[in-house]
Write a protein that binds this ligand. Structure first.
Ligand code: FAD
Ligand code: SF4
Length: 494
């Protein structure tokens, strides 16, 4: 009898380690590692989601007739050693893990590996595509994926006559502040309650309320809801932020894709079917599919291509400790307070909130990349190293010196004001960089350009912004104000 070890983010019957295996020749092992669970102060909803989904998947496999050894162990090595001692399996097999470190770990533990099928472009194939290219342009990769996989293709050309409808998807918030389809919620059952009661003391955030699906069946129901109700309005306001609208028209599917509860092909097929049936406009279908076969797979590919050195990137030499506001959520900055309240309540913030508010704040204040990665990883229900490093280190903090983003995503209050309704009720004024009501983002934005002038001077995409910063007549006052703002942020008083 062999053992198939199913890792906590491989919760699907389609994983290659289970392919072709029968209940006669296979015992399944799942390990809950106490070391992993308490390694960071994780959000309660994230821990609950992963642990409950693991237990439900174990039950799903039992119902299919598999013998399942579900272990709670000090760490993975101990769990596996105890399993080996009790069952003496012929071979122990696992599908490739999502993280670089875990791949090494499995080799050390003498586990046989099968090739991962959780992405549509395996990282070895991505490396082949990347080979010899000067720049890894996401749009080129995405087009290759469209052609190779056949999503939204009419013959040899793109459906709707264009490869990318992004220009239609950058609208500011709607003036009527319309609301969006409510996320689906599941009723919590005894297993949910048991797991909530067992969460470690260092876990933080609001308790689960059924927002996040913890089984494949419930994840498929979420996918149906997204296709029927969310996708028709997904797109135009993708980059907009509204107070009190935590999910806007986003799909909230990332945790299921990342845990294996959903596979990317079935998600994209469902979106394409809805477009072909005339229920979803091309701009929404294309924008959504691009996020999955484009951005998501690109991020996965570059993670494997650039690791392990990538994890230590720190181009801007940012060394500040994580600002207290990220942990307390206590701030007068309305934009930050709204985004952090979404994180606290749901373990979620949408892309622009992550990039242009939370990430932007860390970038402008010089938070050390590793500290920000750690915080986001622990705080989001969909966190994982492979997706965090390129998005946080690369896209958000420019720590990789421009491998992911061609220029830093640094912005002042005017951008946030344009893309949200946050500033109206804020005590600060987005257009002001000095004075009592100066917006901290605006002050810090000009200060960021001033203090990184030399490091960014070779980047022609920054030339206009750097030139504008040099023309400021009140640069000394901005520097002084930035000093005060930083002091107050470090002391948790802003
Ligand atoms: P939608 O807007 O509905 O998009 C659909 C899907 O596309 C998502 O479910 C996701 O699977 C995929 N996707 C879109 N953009 C990206 C991207 N840049 N990278 C990877 N997948 C993408 N995503 C995570 O899954 N986990 C993270 O921990 C994470 N951290 C992030 C941190 C920062 C600073 C930034 C800028 C982005 C981060 N992202 C992360 C990417 C993206 O913000 C989330 O995938 C998305 O917000 C999840 O919400 P959604 O499912 O409603 O997405
Ligand atoms: Fe945020 Fe500045 Fe707008 Fe206040 S004024 S919400 S701090 S961007």
């Amino acid at each position: 009898m062999d053992t198939v070890w199913v890792l906590g983010d491989q919760l699907n019957r389609r994983i290659t380690s289970l392919e072709g295996r029968s209940t006669d020749d296979t015992r399944v092992l799942l390990i809950e590692s106490r070391a992993k669970i308490s390694s960071k102060p994780f959000h309660r909803q994230r821990l609950h989601l992963v642990l409950t989904a693991m237990r439900r998947f174990a039950d799903e496999l039992r119902n299919l007739g598999f013998e399942v050894d579900y272990r709670q162990a000090e760490d993975f090595a101990k769990g596996l050693a105890d399993h080996r001692q009790e069952f003496s399996p012929g071979r122990v097999i696992a599908m490739e893990p999502m993280s670089y470190r875990m791949l090494d770990r499995l080799a050390e533990l003498d586990v046989e590996i099968t090739r991962s099928n959780q992405f549509l472009c395996h990282y070895e194939d991505f490396a082949e595509w990347a080979d010899g290219r000067k720049r890894l342009v996401m749009e080129d990769f995405y087009r290759m994926q469209r052609e190779r996989l056949g999503f939204l293709m009419d013959g040899d050309g793109p459906a709707g006559g264009a490869w990318n409808f992004d220009a239609d998807n950058r609208e500011p918030p709607p003036k009527d502040a319309r609301s969006w389809p409510e996320p689906v919620r599941s009723r919590l059952d005894d297993l949910d309650e048991e797991i909530i009661d067992s969460l470690p003391e260092n876990a933080f955030g609001a308790d689960p309320d059924g927002t996040w699906a913890t089984s494949r069946r419930a994840a498929l129901a979420r996918l149906r809801h997204v296709v029927e109700n969310v996708l028709p309005v997904f797109g135009p306001h993708e980059d907009a932020m509204l107070a009190g609208e935590w999910s806007m028209a986003h799909s909230l599917l990332s945790p299921y894709l990342n845990l294996g509860l959903l596979y990317p092909d079935e998600v994209c097929e469902a979106a394409e079917d809805a477009y072909r049936a005339g229920n979803v406009p091309i701009a929404s279908a294309e924008g959504f599919i691009r996020q999955i076969i484009g951005w998501r797979e690109y991020v996965w590919g570059v993670y494997w291509l650039w690791m392990p050195a990538y994890a230590d990137s720190n181009e801007l030499r940012a060394t500040r400790s994580l600002l207290p506001v990220f942990r307390t959520g206590d701030t007068e900055m309305r934009c930050v307070s709204e985004c952090l309240s979404s994180v606290r309540e749901h373990g979620y913030a949408h892309h622009i909130q992550r990039l242009m508010v939370l990430g932007n704040l860390a970038l402008l204040t010089g938070v050390a990349p590793a500290e920000m990665v750690d915080w986001m990883w622990a705080s989001f229900v969909d966190g994982a190293e492979w997706v965090m490093l390129p998005n946080v280190l690369g896209m958000s903090l420019y720590a990789d010196g421009g491998k992911m983003a061609t220029k830093p995503y640094a912005a002042g209050g005017n951008y946030i004001n344009k893309m949200s309704d946050y500033c109206g009720d804020c005590r600060f004024k987005p257009g002001n960089r000095v004075g009592d009501d100066a917006c901290p983002f605006t002050t810090l934005y000009w200060n960021f350009l001033d203090s990184n002038d030399e490091r960014l001077s070779d980047n022609h995409r920054m030339a206009r912004q750097l030139a504008a910063s040099k023309r400021l007549g009140d640069l000394d006052a901005v520097r002084q104000k930035a000093y005060e703002v930083l002091e107050r942020l470090v002391e948790g008083q802003l």
